[in-house]
Design a binder for this molecule. Structure first.
Ligand code: SF4
Length: 408
């Protein structure tokens, strides 16, 4: 299986998105603490690693850890806002270090909307420069986009822009807003879209890309809102192929290993033909309305076949529908035998205990220096939040005491 792991290398950022689900924490990584996590992915036989954040390019040792991961055989990727890659020398340094693929996140090609969503002026020009630089230095470029209330009506306009002005970009990823964590949790009303808000523009965008031969993935969107392209759902692909995902969060959650891709359903989902391969409604924050879900009656196995026979995804083991069914039924029986999933209590931002491996390596550490930087950042972000009329994320988790201080 083509498992790909995530390492949050920092948790601070030079932008200030009102729906950031992974905002600043006092945890910090050294090269050594990241190296342990890379080694763990190698031992698990993972295909690649995604360096993410916060804004990962702000870690001074990012090129070094990218090079180390590449030398250990991992496909190295990064999710970035593109601000630093707009510097051609940095883009070249990352290419030389082994960065193979960069996901540049852009929410809207309308400058006023992008500025409002980023809480920072001038980010769009930087993102455009970043994709040009990365492409020039041989790094594959994907565009990531968080679907939210402000861009829901023009996802297709974004795609038209990319296809016209940056035709070398061949793959696009959408994430519907996760309203359960960080600033997204406390600003749900401002940013969480209704599913119906983006249904049409998403469909137009996917149709345009598909017609042009480009590829895409869509995460956290129930299949009834992307029926024609159900095979492109990240959750559905993982359910069909039995894949897992490990995320090393640089916060109190630490490591989360996700093998269960099912979320929330409503009663009518019981009669839906796609129920067994649909991730449902991703909502641990009670921000979406399950009444928006509606059953569909299309051929499930046609969706499955598109996934297991995808020539651009050569890692999957079972290529015939019969073999897939046998494997899928075995996995369902194992999940039933393991019993129902545990609820995650009154903290929707915390994953259920069943998703944590528990005995993994420590993910970063809190130092005296990290705490000082965190407090300073918190103050400056408090001022930005007031200026933009948004709330600052909760930090009511009990922080563990500092573990050491390399600068002391
Ligand atoms: S009705 Fe339910 S199971 Fe069917 S596609 Fe929608 S969310 Fe998925």
């Amino acid at each position: 299986m083509a498992n790909i792991g995530y390492i949050q290398v920092v948790r601070h950022c030079n932008h200030f998105c009102g729906f950031c689900s992974n905002p600043t924490t006092p945890y910090q990584h050294t090269f050594e603490s990241m190296k342990v996590l890379v080694d763990d992915f190698v031992e698990r036989g993972y295909f690649g690693v995604i360096l993410t954040g916060g804004e990962p390019s702000l870690h001074p040792e990012l090129p070094r850890i990218a090079r180390y991961a590449r030398d250990r055989g991992l496909h190295v990727r990064m999710i970035t806002n593109g601000w630093r890659l707009a510097d051609d020398a940095f883009a070249k340094e990352m290419a030389d270090a082994g960065l193979s693929l960069v996901h540049v996140s852009v929410y809207s090609v309308r400058p006023d909307v992008e500025e409002r969503l980023r809480g920072t002026p001038g980010t769009l020009e930087k993102a455009f420069a970043a994709v040009e630089n990365a492409n020039r230095h041989g790094i594959d470029v994907n565009i990531n986009c968080v679907i939210n209330k402000l861009n829901a009506d023009h996802l297709d306009e974004n795609i038209r822009h990319w296809m016209t002005h940056h035709p070398y970009i061949r793959h696009f990823v959408w994430n519907n807003l996760d309203p359960s964590m960080g600033r997204a949790e406390v600003n749900q009303d401002q940013y969480t879209p209704r599913l119906a808000d983006f249904e049409l523009s998403l469909h137009r965008a996917l149709k345009m890309l598909h017609g042009s031969g480009r590829t895409f993935r869509v995460e956290k969107v129930p299949l009834c809102y992307m029926t024609d392209f159900a095979w492109a759902s990240t959750e559905t692909r993982k359910i069909v192929k039995g894949e897992e995902r490990i995320v090393h969060f640089l916060d109190a959650k630490q490591t989360v290993r996700q093998t269960d891709w099912e979320h929330i359903y409503n009663e009518s989902c019981a009669v839906c033909s796609l129920r067994t391969i649909c991730g449902g409604l991703f909502d641990r924050g009670n921000a979406y309305d399950p009444a928006e879900l509606y059953p569909v009656f299309i051929d499930r196995d046609a969706v499955v076949e598109k996934i297991i026979r995808d020539p651009k995804d050569p890692s999957y083991e079972f290529r015939s529908l019969d073999d897939w069914r046998t494997d899928f039924e075995r996995r369902i029986a194992e999940a039933r035998a393991a019993g129902p999933r545990k609820p995650h209590g009154d903290r929707p931002d915390q994953p259920p205990p069943s998703m944590s491996p528990g005995n993994g390596p420590a993910v970063g550490q809190i130092t005296e220096q990290g705490l000082r930087l965190f407090e300073a950042k918190r103050q400056s972000e408090g001022r930005k939040a007031a200026q933009h009329g948004i709330a600052l994320e909760r930090t009511d988790d009990a922080l563990p005491p500092p573990t050491n201080d390399p600068d002391a």
